[in-house]
Structures are given as structure tokens and as C-alpha cells.
Write a protein that binds this ligand. Structure first.
Ligand code: ADP
Ligand code: MG
Ligand code: ZN
Length: 479
């Protein structure tokens, strides 16, 4: 068998987190009873006119700048005509001739090093509704809630050569969108969807092979599997003397194979033309600069700063910056307790464990960074010990309690008063003569046991350092 190289280009759709739809005032909120976020504009009633939501342009420019694109100054919208039952106007308003962003790139890291993936363009368009097929009745219903939700379509150059590169790119796009606050990019809710264009060619060939397109694959894992399958299918086909046909194929993640959906249509089949209902959109230098100036710090910069300025380990910085919800918790906690390294430690050892045990992520459940900072400070100020701090953290995680109130109510205040600790220690030394004897005979490890017993005597609230110091003092007096 000859050695083949795989070539992949991606079309990624991100639903924008604007409050309202792209051409009407309907809500973009995910879910809701079918056909409750619908009006005469987004349901395509005759005689209605679209009004562009300025936020969509702002979000597109933000995304374009963050992905190193040139921003088109004179924008217009085009109609892409087709019959789809989930888009009742029978055309989609999109951008063919003048996409808002062009010539960008995303730098990715994989096990084989760093690489830059070209972005051909990013354009604005509207989403379609959803068809719901009911097997039992054989009927199909349509929900227009999603119809008219703004989308950015990010079209890459055919620069990928492996599934690993594809996943690294998608992860980076998702992180960037989330940092910018322009899309939540939840694949499971369909707010980020990827179409995978894939071809193979004998390694070393200069021409690309014929590609197929796999649409709307719903998770990173499924994308990896689909790529693997489709690559093998194309190579087998060519080896058998067949030809790859340019077509759209659907990936069935349960049965793990792709099947032909329709032969690929060309741009001319859609009979694109400029939408006469919408004014051209001019982006001024001033507008562009104001958006550039307000861009937030993105993941790469943040990671670097966390390591060089805040002293975090690369590993810790990587984990935290890999999740925008965690970044927020971390920055708030660090600001509150005044110690970034402590904040990172608590997040990596304690908070993430709580999330893991609950089987959720920081994005799924709000956790106040401010309260984490308060807990850390309570511990470092000696008001509660580390163990009680963990207990409070768990209560904040579970019920969002106020840390100080919770500590008061549950009597967690740390005992660091010598007059309270001393009698407890004396008692422990009294009732454990064997451990004391062994310690004095040289088995110094016994101190751990005695600390544990003293802590128990103080019902877990003793200051561990003070207990250890006093124990050592008393024991040395006994020797
Ligand atoms: P269309 O408009 O027909 O969807 P485009 O030329 O815009 O086609 O390309 C769509 C995507 O397919 C792009 O991401 C591009 O990089 C990718 N692509 C184009 N040719 C190939 C190929 N031969 N193999 C793999 N990907 C390709
Ligand atoms: Mg396409
Ligand atoms: Zn509407």
C-alpha cells in the first residue's frame, strides 16, 4: 500500500451570544418551548424587513482581530437561495462576496511541534431552525427558535494533516471565543459545530485529492473518530482503483461510519446575490480601533503572565487558562486573598476535585472566586485550619454559603489559644504512655500519631503548627 497524506480544511460555525437574533428582536436563548422565540421576521413572513443587530458586527470584528484577520471595511450581506424547511424565507442571509474577516491564522501546538493554520475567511450569517423527526408518528415538526440566531462561519485553509491538529485548532478557537465572550461554543448544545473537509493524496504529491465534507459532527471525540474512518475509506477506495466523489457525507457516531447524504453543490447552485433589504455596513477606523483597544487578554498571553509575573508553574497556568470559567475564579480569588500561588493551589488540589467528584465543570456550575479568596485568607490568617477550610470550601461549592458565617455557625474557628491547646495535649500524653515512651526511645515518627490525637481532642479545630510545637516542647521536657 502506498503512503498517503491526509489534507483537512474546517468550516466552524459558532453561534454568537448576543441577546437577540441577527435581524429581529427575538431572544437567542437556548432551549425554550418550540416556536416561542419567533416573530414575523425570523419566520419569514412576506413583507417583513430585516434590521441588522450591531452587536453581531462587533462580535465578528472582535473574533477577526483575535484570530489575526484583516477586517473588511465595506461589508454587505448576500442571499444564499435554497429550499430548506427549517429556513422559511427559502434563502439564508450570509456573506459570499465580502466576508467581514480574511487572511487570519491560528497558531497551534501539537506533539510534533508548533504550526500556523491559515484562516481563509470569517463571515456573518443566520442560523436555521431545527427539524424534529418523530419516528413513532412518522411526522416531522419544525422549531424556529434557532432560526435567525447569529453565526460566525470560520473557514480554514486546507492546512491540517492530522486529527490532532484539528482538535488543537478547535480547542483554540473555542477558548478564544469564550475569552472574548462572543460565543459559549458548547458543542453539546450545537453552539459550536464543525464541518470537516477531508481528502487524501500520495505523500509528496503536489495536487490535492478530491474531498468529501462531513457536516455538523457533535463532539471532539466524534470528530477524531470520523476523521480516522473517512481517511481509511478514501484510501481503500483509491487502492481498489476507485475514485473519491466530491459529496457531503454524514458521520454516524453510534455505528461509526460515514454515508453519502448529497452530492456537493457549488456556489453557483445557490444563486447568491446581494441582499437588497440590508444596507451596506461600513467599518470606520475609529470603530475598529475602539474594539481593538478593548480586546481582553487572551489565553496565550495570560498563561505567560501567570508564569512570569505570578510565579505559577507552567502546569498550573495551563490548566487554569484552559478554562475561561476557571480563569475568572482564579483571578477573583487571587485578588481577594492577595496570594496568586495559594489561589492556584487551592483550585488545583481542592476545587477541581470537587468538580471532578460531582462530574461537572466550572462552566456548568458557578463558583464564587471571591468566596474562595475569603476561605484562603481565613486559613492563612489562622482563623480556621486547612482542614476546616476544605470543609467550608465544600459548603460553598454545594450551597454557595457565606464562608465566615458558615465557620461561625459550625464552630470552625481555629483554636490557637495556648491555654486551650495545652490541656488537650497533656491529656493525650497521659493516655498514650506507650507512644510517648517509643518516641523518647527514638521513634520520632510517633509525633504524627500524637498530633492526630491532639487534633481529635480539639475536635479538628486546633492550630496544627501550634500543636506540633507544644508537643515537641513537652516531650523534650520529659526526656
Ligand atoms: P465550498 O465553498 O464549496 O464549501 P471551499 O473552497 O470554501 O468550498 O472550501 C471549504 C473547506 O474545504 C475549506 O476549509 C477548505 O480549506 C477545504 N478544502 C478545500 N479543498 C480541499 C481538499 N482538497 N481537501 C481538504 N480540504 C479542502
Ligand atoms: Mg462550505
Ligand atoms: Zn424574530
Amino acid at each position: 500500500m502506498r503512503d498517503y497524506e491526509m489534507v483537512i480544511g474546517l468550516e466552524v460555525h459558532c453561534e454568537l451570544s448576543t441577546e437577540s437574533k441577527i435581524f429581529c428582536g427575538c431572544s437567542t436563548k437556548f432551549g425554550g418551548a418550540p416556536n416561542t422565540h419567533v416573530c414575523e421576521v425570523c419566520s419569514g413572513m412576506p413583507g417583513t424587513l430585516p434590521t441588522l443587530n450591531a452587536k453581531v458586527v462587533e462580535f465578528a470584528v472582535k473574533a477577526g482581530l483575535a484570530l489575526n484577520c484583516d477586517i473588511t471595511r465595506n461589508n454587505k450581506f448576500d442571499r444564499k437561495n435554497y429550499f430548506y424547511p427549517d429556513l422559511p424565507k427559502a434563502y439564508q442571509i450570509s456573506q459570499l462576496y465580502c466576508p467581514i474577516c480574511r487572511n487570519g491564522h491560528v497558531d497551534i501546538k501539537t506533539s510534533s511541534g508548533e504550526k500556523s493554520i491559515g484562516i481563509h475567511e470569517i463571515h456573518m450569517e443566520e442560523d436555521a431552525g431545527k427539524l424534529i423527526h418523530d419516528e413513532a408518528t412518522g411526522m416531522t415538526r419544525v422549531d424556529f427558535n434557532r432560526c435567525g440566531v447569529p453565526l460566525l462561519e470560520i473557514v480554514s485553509e486546507p492546512d491540517f494533516r492530522s486529527a490532532e491538529e484539528v482538535i488543537a485548532y478547535l480547542t483554540k478557537i473555542r477558548d478564544t471565543m469564550q475569552y472574548l465572550g462572543v460565543s459559549d461554543c458548547k458543542m453539546q448544545e450545537g453552539s459550536m459545530r464543525a464541518d470537516v473537509n477531508l481528502s487524501v493524496r500520495p505523500r509528496g504529491a503536489s495536487e490535492f485529492g478530491t474531498r468529501t465534507e462531513m457536516k455538523n459532527i457533535a463532539s471532539f471525540k466524534a470528530i477524531e473518530r470520523a476523521i480516522e474512518y473517512e481517511r481509511e475509506r478514501q484510501i481503500d477506495l483509491i487502492e481498489e482503483g476507485g475514485k473519491v466523489v466530491q459529496e457531503t457525507r454524514r458521520w454516524d457516531d453510534e455505528k461509526e461510519y460515514t454515508y453519502a447524504m448529497r452530492s456537493k453543490e457549488d456556489a453557483q447552485d445557490y444563486k447568491y446575490f446581494p441582499d437588497p433589504d440590508l444596507m451596506p455596513v461600513f467599518i470606520s477606523e475609529e470603530y475598529l480601533e475602539s474594539i481593538r483597544a478593548a480586546l481582553p487578554e487572551l489565553a496565550d498571553k495570560k498563561r505567560e503572565r501567570y508564569v512570569t509575573d505570578l510565579g505559577l508553574t507552567e502546569y498550573d497556568a495551563d490548566i487554569i487558562t484552559g478554562d475561561v470559567a476557571l480563569v475568572k475564579i482564579f483571578e477573583q480569588a487571587a485578588a481577594k486573598c492577595g496570594n496568586a500561588k495559594d489561589a492556584a493551589n487551592w483550585i488545583l488540589t481542592d476545587l477541581l476535585k470537587l468538580y471532578n467528584d460531582a462530574g461537572i465543570t466550572p462552566e456548568d456550575k458557578f463558583f464564587s472566586g471571591d468566596k474562595l479568596g475569603t476561605v484562603i485568607k481565613m486559613v492563612s490568617d489562622g482563623k480556621v485550619n486547612r482542614k476546616s477550610g476544605k470543609k467550608i470550601l465544600t459548603a460553598v461549592f454545594e450551597n454557595d454559603v457565606d464562608p465566615e458565617e458558615y465557620a461561625d455557625k459550625n464552630g470552625l474557628a481555629q483554636v490557637s489559644d495556648a491555654s486551650a491547646i495545652e490541656p488537650a495535649i497533656r491529656k493525650v500524653l497521659d493516655v498514650n504512655p506507650k507512644a510517648v515512651e517509643e518516641y523518647l526511645a527514638g521513634n520520632v515518627k510517633n509525633i504524627q500519631f500524637l498530633i492526630g490525637q491532639s487534633m481529635r481532642e480539639l475536635r479538628g479545630k486546633g492550630d496544627p503548627k501550634m500543636i506540633k510545637d507544644l508537643l515537641e516542647k513537652f516531650l523534650s521536657e520529659m526526656s
